[in-house]
Design a protein around this ligand. Sequence first.
Ligand code: NAD
Length: 231
Amino acid sequence: MKKKLVVLSGAGISAESGLKTFRGGDGLWENHRVEDVATPEAWKASPKLVLEFYNQRRKQMNQAQPNAAHFTLAELESYFDVHVITQNVDNLHERAGSSQVLHLHGELSKSRSEIFADLIYEIEGDQLNWGDTCERGTQLRPNIVWFGELVPMIEPAAELVADADILLITGTSLQVYPAAGLVRFASEECVKFLIDPEGVEIYGISNLTIINKRAGEGLPALKNILIEKYA
Ligand code: NAD
């Protein structure tokens, strides 16, 4: 039976595809304060600005291509039972070929009713507009988990991490909760790697190797070690 390899990925894994991370030095996301574009309050106060912000993010995503890090994770499926838990709202993991991807914070490529949370639709192209409605006539919003909203997928994600033989953490500053707390569900025996070009604050985690590299460089190198030692 293949060993279970669980990946926790964040915005940094898509940086080499040209998508900006969330926390640049200025603390802004693409020149916006998160409070203005990624909260239920922002949606209530200025829905057209929020729709436009996500239309821009969707357009960038559709123009971007997966990078070596995304492709490496897809290739690892030949050797391990790979589950990707991502905070990313882009679809680059899927487009690289990963088949088991859990989106903690929703997906840019989908919309949902602002009232009926289970009415979810694929968005064709880049645009979701004011006046676009669900089959029951309510306004559609981006299918994104905003700051201050519950994270419905956190429990299945925690179960996957608890069951992992190998945990790869990459591209996340581990600042956004509850996602950042998932690391704590891994067992002591689980072999853990963190790949990030910057210092990420992480303490009290057993069996952890830190690799100070970009994901596009660090993951392909680690792939060979994982196959040799653990597959
Ligand atoms: P973050 O921006 O807080 O942290 C990014 C991390 O990636 C940092 O630790 C940084 O050092 C690291 N990094 C930068 N370049 C890297 C590279 N080439 N390889 C590996 N690591 C690299 O991101 P977060 O922790 O994911 O939190 C951001 C929140 O914003 C999430 O909730 C996410 O939904 C959202 N977001 C998503 C995207 C996306 O989907 N691509 C982009 C921006 C923000």
